[in-house]
Structures are given as structure tokens and as C-alpha cells.
Design a protein around this ligand. Structure first.
Ligand code: PDD
Length: 285
């Protein structure tokens, strides 16, 4: 659990860490976030996460609340105060506190910045990767700008809950065209029968995962064939392997889709090798 949270300039005990009832994040989901992996006490791919944060804020017509370097200092301090060695750092920026009105508040309204950090069960994650996970598919009923890492995650919350209720770990969103877009909190991948690693191009139908970007470099370094294109559920079921990527799961083999086995129904060599190699290609700070 996060013991200390950073809230608008102050480090506070977790139970006292609160934001105002009229924070626009609370009322309108008017904000964005980042989740960064912490490994060995260091942040993984901080620079890329900061760049994506700046892009998401820009899409909301918001400026960075402080420089990327200063945010990095605060994130590291939050990680240190929570004594997180392996886990995640969470950063959220909202448009701040103002009387409720849909339009933007007066200029000069200070953004609200919250940072938390907590350990994750590394051994549990490794055990899960050894076995692989199941996913279920759900209709993609999200808005048209899921490329923004917005805190408005209701469809994702409902999709993840559907997965859990069906004994699966993740839900894959499927568009009207029958093609998989991405997971509720991860990007989706397959390895085709002829050995090509496939994931959807980073258009406005998916969040451009940092793990996804780094993994594309790993794939190239390993000399694997790679294709950026959408794939249908049937193609994923006929694939040799499937997996997902995120800052919390890195590369997680998917061995069942809607209860049906993918490939041999166990983690495959490509996902395994990519997971092994990932952190050699990531940036550390
Ligand atoms: N989720 N797609 C969605 C919808 C996501 O929420 C995430 C990350 C990703 C993968 O992005 P990255 O590789 O940068 O973590 C893709 C985070 C982990 C979360 O919401 O907890």
C-alpha cells in the first residue's frame, strides 16, 4: 500500500491524502495520468512517460504542472518515502479545483497533482507469466480519443470487472469491425502461425503504450518479423501465441481467449523471450 502520497506540493500520510470535492478530476474526470514501473528502486522509461504526459495534457489544453525533471524528482521522492523497490509510481494531473461548470475554469486555476507509489507482487507476476492468463472480449464502447491517457476510465473499469467475473485477468476491446483494439489496461499482441509479431498501429483507437514502444525495439533487436495492423479475434484464436503489454505486466502471455486455448494453451517462446529481454532495452533513472 502507498504510505505517503504527494498531493499538491505536500507529502501526506496516505489516510490523510485528499483532494477537494470540487476537483475537476473528481467531477468531470478532467485530467490525465501515468503509471510508471519501478524496478530495483528506479523508474523505468521515465523520459517516455513524461513525454506522453505532456502530450496528453496538451490534448486537454493543459500545460505541464512543473518541468519533467521536477516531476521526476517528486516521483522519486515518493518512491523513496514509500520504500518501493519493485512496484509502480502513479501520477495524476487534473485541471484543479473550481466551482462546477463544464467549461474551463478561470485561467490561473492551479492544476492538482497527485503522486503515489506502491509495491507490486513481483513473484506473483512472474508466476502468472509462467502460466499465462485468460482474456475475454467485450465491445469497444469507449470515446474516440483513447490515445489520450485520460482518467475517464469507466468503460475500462466495467470491462476489467467483466473479465474478473468470467475468471479472466483482462478484457480485450473489440471494435465494430471485429478487430481487437487493446486491453482495458494494456496493449494486445499476437504471434501469427508464420511467426510474425502483430499489434495494432498506434492510431486514435488505442493508447500508445510505452511498453509497446520499447517492445517494438526489442522485436527488431531480436530480428523477429513485425507487423503493425489490426487483427480479429478469430485470428488471435488461430495464432501461435498471444500476449499483452503494460507498465505493470511488462509482457504477459495470453493463453485463453473467451475460454478457448491460444496455440498450445501455454506461454510460447516468443512472449517468453521478449519478456526476458525487455528491461535491457528500457531506460532507467
Ligand atoms: N495502463 N492501453 C490502456 C488502455 C492502458 O490503460 C495501458 C496502461 C496501456 C499500456 O500502456 P503502458 O505500456 O504505457 O503501460 C494500454 C496502466 C498500466 C494503468 O492504467 O494501470
Amino acid at each position: 500500500m502507498s504510505r505517503i502520497a504527494y498531493v499538491n506540493g505536500r507529502y501526506q500520510p496516505w489516510r490523510d491524502a485528499t483532494v477537494h470535492v470540487e476537483d475537476r478530476g473528481y467531477q468531470f474526470a478532467d485530467g490525465v495520468y501515468e503509471v510508471c514501473e519501478v524496478r530495483g528502486g528506479r523508474m523505468v522509461d521515465e523520459r517516455r512517460h513524461m513525454a506522453r504526459l505532456e502530450r496528453s495534457l496538451g490534448a486537454l489544453h493543459m500545460a505541464m504542472p512543473m518541468s519533467p525533471a521536477a516531476l521526476g524528482v517528486v516521483m522519486r521522492e515518493t518512491i523513496r518515502r514509500n520504500r518501493v523497490v519493485n512496484g509502480i509510481a502513479y501520477l495524476q494531473v487534473t485541471r484543479g479545483v473550481a466551482r462546477r461548470d463544464h467549461a474551463f475554469p478561470p485561467s490561473g486555476t492551479a492544476p492538482a497533482v497527485v503522486i503515489t507509489a506502491r509495491a507490486i507482487d513481483g513473484a506473483g507476476n512472474v508466476a502468472m507469466a509462467e502460466k499465462g492468463i485468460g482474456v475475454v472480449t467485450v465491445p469497444d464502447n469507449r470515446w474516440g480519443r483513447v490515445d489520450i491517457k485520460s482518467i475517464a476510465l469507466l468503460p475500462n473499469v466495467l470491462a476489467k470487472q467483466t473479465a474478473r467475473e468470467q475468471g479472466a485477468r483482462e478484457a480485450w476491446f473489440v471494435g465494430r469491425d471485429g478487430k481487437v483494439t487493446e486491453g482495458s489496461s494494456s496493449n494486445a499482441w499476437i504471434v501469427t502461425a508464420d511467426g510474425k509479431v502483430v499489434t495494432r498501429a498506434a492510431d486514435s483507437a488505442i493508447l500508445r503504450g510505452i511498453t509497446r514502444d520499447v517492445l517494438i525495439r526489442v522485436i527488431s533487436a531480436q530480428g523477429l518479423a513485425f507487423e503493425e495492423r489490426p487483427f480479429a479475434v478469430a485470428e488471435a484464436l488461430a495464432a501461435r501465441e498471444a500476449f499483452l503489454t503494460s507498465a505493470t505486466q511488462i509482457v504477459m502471455p495470453v493463453v485463453r481467449i473467451n475460454g478457448k486455448a491460444v496455440g498450445e494453451g501455454k506461454p510460447g517462446p516468443v512472449a517468453r523471450a521478449l519478456r526476458q529481454a525487455f528491461h535491457r532495452h528500457a531506460e532507467w533513472s
